[in-house]
Design a protein around this ligand. Structure first.
Ligand code: ADP
Ligand code: MG
Ligand code: MG
Length: 924
């Protein structure tokens, strides 16, 4: 049996985007629910794949027969004839794969025109000018898209006729001018291809279908898929939609436009969009004429405006999602030509989620699942400091919110080159085209002097979450001179500019910005998320300032407080150095006694800020040589000091000589006044002591060396000081009525024996502190799991530890036997590129290896201690896919850096909502 390659719009399954592509599936769906859609059919993505796979690139058997049948069906529904000399049917040929790829593949309009059908069209419409315009557009588009003729060849001819006719705008061209242009265009095709323009409508259709199939493997499409990691199981092949043409350029009762059911920049619940009277769809998208906001239609075409509002609500209540739709009005009849889920920035996504859930259009589950956690990053964007009163040099449309600063660059290739070197770049163009896409990737923001909020630049920038100002027509952009002018202000390539996509303002130079704040809607959404999530989300925070910030992001506690950061303060580091170079225990104790109150005060503040949430403090972890200068530096310093001492000695000699030679000259006191040699000697002694220590502490592989609990057990004074500081701070808080839940965490543990020994200290310090402060202390004692052996012995460790926290950075290094820095700088990029490893395991948790080990460790730990609290700290804790895994193996919490917390909260909710569904990667 021959496969079904073609589905009429009233036949196709509107849910099957993989087979019909997004555009095709939605055309079917809209037809099915009774919206006014011009009739047509979809050729499936399977047909595209069959052509791609065929060595001779032949259409699969039966496909063209089905296309013919499909055409017959459209002829019947439209009452027109394809290729007919009277009442001809014209069609558009549109591409569309399962994933929306704006501007990636080109549409051909008005297909079916030739000298004969043109006469039919003239008879049918009685509008000669319109018909010649349609004809020249078709030849041009078909020539460019299907035959690959450079656009410039047509542009030159067009310009020639325009100037001959003395026309300023395209609309000033007469039917005769347009006929002349069509004639010249036909010649362009003959010249470029060596063959006459294909006349037969069926032949045109075949060529066009083939061109759409080919575009799937074209550079633009391939680049786009690579950048957005669109894999074949997400979208494979493009469908072709063949659809009756309707015309928005048939006079002043015709129009064309695009709409969003809600404002995609702010999320506000108002219809948003733009339209042009008497124009074809491509005019809006290409930014050739600047369109009017859709609200203006209320005055200009009130009846149709109401129909449009009606369409908007039908679309939203059916799809239960913000829709981005295209419409065309032909002589007073409104047609919907496309709908798809609207791409929005994070602000708009969050706001619409909250409002649609409140209206009951969607439920909380959908409200949470429709947002990719990573996108929340955008909401933490900085904005322009409102106190700054700098005047913008121009104002365009606020096309995609956010502020971007960078150097102006006038073409996509340069933008890409500069962007690669790490330069911040703003792409400045008159308008952008799909072939500029690589420039978008490399830029901080996009500025165009033409085009509306639905122009290519605006749509693509919004999709990427990059700031964009479009249609800044006060700026004259001269791409060939790499130069732009706004009034008497100008800037060239490399000049620093600032654009504000939230207001549309453009500034010369860099304008100061302020930190982003949490919007109330985000707060609401994340509280919804917290209700659904099982995982708790903690922060990695080392200082009271960090803790304060983490709370703003909604941290439910601190999962990792690294004490060593506290030692690095300017007044603390010298004490730390004293501790390290101490000759004996007494000396060391003196320094530690100075550090104790400082640490205690840190902890007290953090506890107070986080109360009543838990705070997990990790005892000292890094090898202590990290607190000392490098050997190389010390040797250099000593060299200088020795020199200085010689010079000082020389000066002493000079001074004596002067005294001897001439008692009266007053050079004498000056020489004397100079640096005291004793000071220099002291410095030398100190530096030498440090150098000796640095050499003694030298390790071949410090990350696997004397660090963590191993260090703690060899220098008991350090850990006991830290434990005392924690417990005294706890006691102070408890006495002051502040609820605290500290947790003492031991790093680098590999055997229960290590934990046992630290525990002995903890117990004895607890007894002493409880006695001094007369309180009963409430805290937990636990272990990091970052050594493979510790994971294997989790059941034993759990006898001492009341909680575990996976340190997945060290654990990943251990499981792979990769040293992170060496791996990332040497071979890991190659491993990722060539597919030996799919991801960087230091960024994306390696579920199959490291994850397996974690899963077992959790089981064994809970075997001993069923209510064991288990978490993860480190970068992975803020990565959505890793969070899903943590949920699956039953962790209690994830801990990540402050700004990742909103992302982690949403990901934790999604993990819970998608529990049981296959790996839940839909949402990540
Ligand atoms: P894109 O991927 O650029 O959205 P489309 O297939 O939607 O490509 O088409 C480009 C333009 O042509 C749009 O403005 C669309 O509305 C218009 N268009 C497509 N098909 C038709 C048609 N049958 N009648 C009128 N306009 C059409
Ligand atoms: Mg297109
Ligand atoms: Mg479209």
């Amino acid at each position: 049996m021959i496969k079904k390659w073609v589905f009429a719009f009233n036949e196709g399954d509107g849910k099957d985007k993989k087979l019909l592509g997004g555009k095709g599936a939605n055309l079917c769906e809209m037809t099915r629910i009774g919206l006014k859609v011009p009739p047509g059919f979809v050729i499936t993505t399977e047909a595209c794949l069959a052509v791609v796979a065929d060595p001779e690139k032949k259409f699969p058997p039966g496909m063209m027969d089905q296309v013919h049948a499909g055409l017959a069906d459209v002829e019947q529904k439209s009452g027109r004839v394809f290729g007919g000399r009277t009442n001809p049917l014209l069609v558009s040929v549109r591409s569309g794969s399962a994933m929306s790829m704006p501007g990636m593949m080109d549409t051909i309009l008005n297909l079916g025109l030739n000298a004969g059908t043109l006469q039919g069209l003239i008879a049918q419409t009685g509008n000669e000018r319109f018909c010649y315009d349609a004809y020249r557009r078709f030849i041009q588009l078909f020539g460019k898209v299907a035959l690959g003729i450079p656009e410039a060849e047509f542009d030159t001819e067009f310009a020639a006729v325009k100037s001959k006719a003395g026309a300023k705008h395209d609309v000033d061209l007469s039917a005769r001018d347009l006929a002349a242009i069509s004639e010249r265009f036909l010649n362009v095709v003959r010249r470029s291809t060596g063959k006459p323009f294909p006349d037969k409508p069926l032949e045109q259709l075949e060529i066009a279908i083939r061109a759409v199939f080919d575009s799937w493997g074209g550079k633009r499409a391939v680049d786009y898929r690579r950048e957005f990691r669109i894999t074949p199981d997400m979208a494979n092949g493009t469908a072709v939609n063949v659809q009756q043409m309707v015309f928005g350029n048939m006079g002043n009762d015709s129009a064309t436009g695009v709409g969003f059911t809600r404002d995609p920049g702010t999320g506000e619940n108002v219809m948003f969009g733009e339209y042009l009277v008497n124009a074809q769809g491509e005019d809006v998208v290409a930014g050739i004429r600047t369109p009017k906001p859709v609200a203006a239609m209320a005055d200009e075409m009130p009846v149709l405006y109401n129909e449009l509002l009606n369409l908007r609500s039908q679309l939203e209540s059916h799809y239960r999602e913000v829709q981005d739709f295209e419409f065309t009005i032909e002589k007073g009849t409104l047609y919907c030509l496309q709908t798809r889920n609207g791409k929005m920035n994070a602000h708009a996504l969050v706001r619409t989620s909250v409002e649609m859930a409140n209206n009951g259009l969607i439920d909380k589950r959908q409200a949470l699942l429709r947002i990719q956690p990573e996108i929340l990053d955008q909401m933490l964007f900085p904005r322009l400091d409102p106190k700054v009163t700098k005047k913008p040099i121009a104002k365009g449309l606020p096309a995609s919110p956010g502020v971007a600063v960078g150097v102006a660059v006038f073409d996509a290739d340069r933008a890409e080159k500069l962007g690669r070197t790490g330069e911040r770049v703003i792409l400045v163009r008159e308008e952008t085209k799909p072939e500029d896409i690589h420039g978008f990737f490399a830029s901080q923001g996009i500025l165009t002097s033409r085009g509306g909020k639905t122009s290519h630049a605006a749509v693509v920038a919004r999709g990427m979450g990059k700031p964009c100002v479009s249609g800044a027509d006060g700026i004259h952009v001269d791409v060939s001179m790499r130069h732009a002018r706004a009034g008497d202000q100008e800037f060239g390539e490399g000049a620093l500019i600032t654009i504000d996509g939230t207001t549309g303002a453009v500034y010369l130079g860099e304008v100061p910005m302020i930190e982003a704040e949490f919007s109330p809607e985000l707060g609401t959404l994340l509280s919804m998320a917290d209700e659904m999530a099982k995982l708790r989300v903690m922060a990695n925070a080392d200082t009271p300032d960090d803790a304060q910030r983490a709370l703003k992001y909604g941290a439910m506690g601190i999962g990792l407080c690294r004490t060593e950061r506290m030692f690095n303060g300017t007044e603390r580091l010298p004490i730390m150095v004293e501790i390290i170079i101490a000759e004996n225990q007494e000396e060391r104790q003196v320094a530690l006694d100075r550090l104790l109150p400082i640490q205690r005060e840190d902890f007290r503040q953090i506890f107070r800020i986080m109360s009543p949430r838990p705070v997990t403090i990790r005892l000292l972890d890094p090898p202590i040589h990290e607190f000392l200068p490098s050997e190389h530096l010390l040797v250099e310093d000593l060299d200088h000091l020795h020199h200085l001492r010689e010079i000082l000695q020389g000066m002493q000699v000079l001074s004596d000589a002067v005294t001897f030679m001439n008692q009266t000259r007053d050079i004498h006191p000056q020489v004397q006044k100079f640096t005291d040699p004793v000071l220099v000697d002291e410095a030398i002694v100190k530096k030498e002591a440090i150098l000796k220590k640095v050499r003694a502490l030298h390790e071949v592989n410090p990350m696997l060396g004397h660090r963590g609990v191993r260090l703690g057990l060899t220098f008991p004074e350090i850990y006991t000081m830290q434990i005392r500081a924690i417990l005294e701070a706890t006691a102070e808080c408890q006495k002051a009525g502040i609820e605290v839940h500290p947790e003492i965490m031991v790093p680098q543990v590999c055997t229960a024996q290590e934990l046992k020994r630290v525990k002995v200290w903890v117990d004895s310090i607890r007894t002493s502190v409880e006695k001094t402060y007369e309180v009963k202390l409430d805290f937990r004692f636990g272990s990091m799991l970052e050594v493979v052996r510790a994971c294997m012995r989790a059941n034993h460790l759990a006898e001492e530890a009341e909680f575990f926290s996976f340190g997945t950075n060290d654990l990943t290094q251990a499981v792979f036997s990769f040293s992170r820095e060496d791996a990332e700088n040497k071979f890991l990029p190659m491993y990722n590129q060539s597919g030996i490893l799919q991801d960087n395991p230091f960024e994306v948790l390696d579920v199959k290896g490291v994850g397996r080990l974690m899963e077992e460790a959790v089981k064994w730990g809970r075997h001993t201690r069923p209510d064991m609290k288990v978490g993860i700290c480190g970068e992975h804790g803020g990565h959505p896919a890793s969070i899903h895994f943590c949920h699956r193996i039953g962790l209690t919490y994830v801990s990540c850096s402050g700004p990742r917390i909103p992302i982690a909260r949403l990901a934790a909710a999604q993990a819970a909502l998608l529990e049981g569904e296959k790996m839940a990667d839909k949402a990540v």
